[in-house]
Design a binder for this molecule. Structure first.
Ligand SMILES: CC(=O)N[C@H]1[C@@H](OP(=O)(O)OP(=O)(O)OC[C@H]2O[C@@H](n3ccc(=O)[nH]c3=O)[C@H](O)[C@@H]2O)O[C@H](CO)[C@@H](O)[C@@H]1O
Length: 357
């Protein structure tokens, strides 16, 4: 069988990269030569080079919904990005481009379309992001995590497939996790994940509530790059980490309850691992409000408790954690009822169909 090239793209935050990694890990290396196109500086560069996938950096502009002088510069950056991407794609001649969203994907998709290379899109959120809104018309197929997302795309080429979760997350070892964290083997663990980039308001609320939390839990705090608090380094039962890679599987295996932003990948991971979660979605003032909708959908299905950031104080935080703890069993029962699709296997199969060897 002749090897063919598949190009993945997606970036800006880990949520646009980790699902790609999940799929790439399961493609047959005898069949596929995998390449990645991302921005020159984004988090995707670090995450992809770390796993030794050839990485092609291109120029990329931020897509803003508001009027800004930077928009003008960004138009040129995007045009340059299309030219950069065309150069890479011409050389690689992929059978298919798989895009996970984020602004860097727009020039890649446009370049692919101009070269008649089929593009597959995956949308993780309940409503499409700006990049996927633009990109959808160029895509041959569109896959979504949420059932509710399908209605935003043309029905003829859209399929609800769920969230591609890296298989390694299901192989964690709780005891190893506790050992790695330096935690006691018996006391319950609360893990706080403030989105892949961290979340300032969640970070400060957790730290404020820490004395109360530590009465009940040991706390793992994934606080994002540059957000460590050195004054809390020696607090027993509290482990702060900027970002964890392969250790996450063991940490989650050891985790009893989760506090999280409403990023789609994270909440689908916790759902699949049956971890009762408190979601504090990114507020509308800092986003397009997609995490609020993700969170509401999860709350409606009984998978999560939701606290809006505007309501977040030390008191409401502790109140919601108490509620989560007392309703954990019911939430887990709802999670067990959730539809189980092997999203990764399905997407791998879809990509394999593009192999013309
Ligand atoms: C601020 C922002 O725009 N966030 C968006 C971004 O979220 P963000 O990048 O925060 O992504 P998600 O919460 O969806 O996923 C985070 C990913 O990072 C991983 N992880 C996180 C912390 C860590 O220490 N180690 C680690 O591996 C998680 O396991 C998960 O796979 O993309 C998501 C998917 O489109 C959207 O729903 C979010 O609204």
């Amino acid at each position: 069988m002749k090897k063919q090239v598949v190009v993945f793209t997606g970036g800006g935050s880990a949520g646009h990269v980790t699902p790609n990694i999940a799929i790439m890990n399961e493609l047959d290396p005898q069949k596929w030569d995998i390449h990645y196109i991302g921005s020159r500086k984004g988090i995707e560069k670090e995450l992809i080079t770390k796993i030794n996938i050839p990485y092609h950096g291109i120029s990329s502009g931020k897509l803003r919904r508001y009027i800004d002088l930077e928009n003008v510069k960004d138009v040129f950056r995007v045009i340059k990005g299309i030219m950069d991407a065309r150069r890479v794609l011409r050389k690689l001649k992929p059978a298919v481009v798989f895009s996970k969203g984020g602004f860097v994907t727009v020039p890649v998709i446009m370049a692919a379309k101009s070269l008649n290379i089929p593009v597959y899109l995956h949308e993780s959120d309940l409503t499409p992001g700006l990049a996927n809104k633009i990109a959808q018309r160029f895509a041959a197929k569109i896959f979504t995590s949420f059932e509710e997302a399908a209605k935003f795309f043309p029905s003829t080429k859209t399929e609800v497939v769920g969230s591609p979760i890296r298989r390694q997350l299901f192989e964690g070892d709780a005891l190893n996790g506790r050992r790695w964290l330096g935690f006691d083997v018996n006391r319950p663990i609360l893990t706080v994940m403030g989105g892949s980039l961290g979340a300032k308001k969640i970070n400060s609320s957790v730290r404020e509530a820490l004395p109360e939390l530590l009465k009940e839990f040991q706390v793992v705090h994934l606080c994002g790059k540059g957000n460590l608090d050195s004054s809390l380094e020696t607090v027993e039962g509290y482990k702060q980490l900027e970002y964890v890679h392969e250790e996450l599987a063991d940490i989650l295996a050891a985790t009893d309850f989760v506090v999280t932003r409403g990023g789609s990948n994270a909440i689908f991971e916790f759902l699949s691992l049956h971890k009762p979660m408190l979601i504090i979605p990114l507020p509308k003032s800092q986003s397009r409000g997609d995490q609020i909708l993700n969170a509401q959908a999860f709350s409606k299905k009984g998978y999560a408790v939701v606290l809006e950031e505007e309501q977040l104080t030390k008191e409401t935080f502790i109140e919601q954690i108490d509620y989560l703890e007392s309703h954990g069993t019911v939430i887990q029962a709802n999670m067990r009822e959730a539809t189980k699709t092997d999203t990764i296997a399905y997407l791998v199969e879809q990509i394999d169909r593009m192999h013309k060897g």
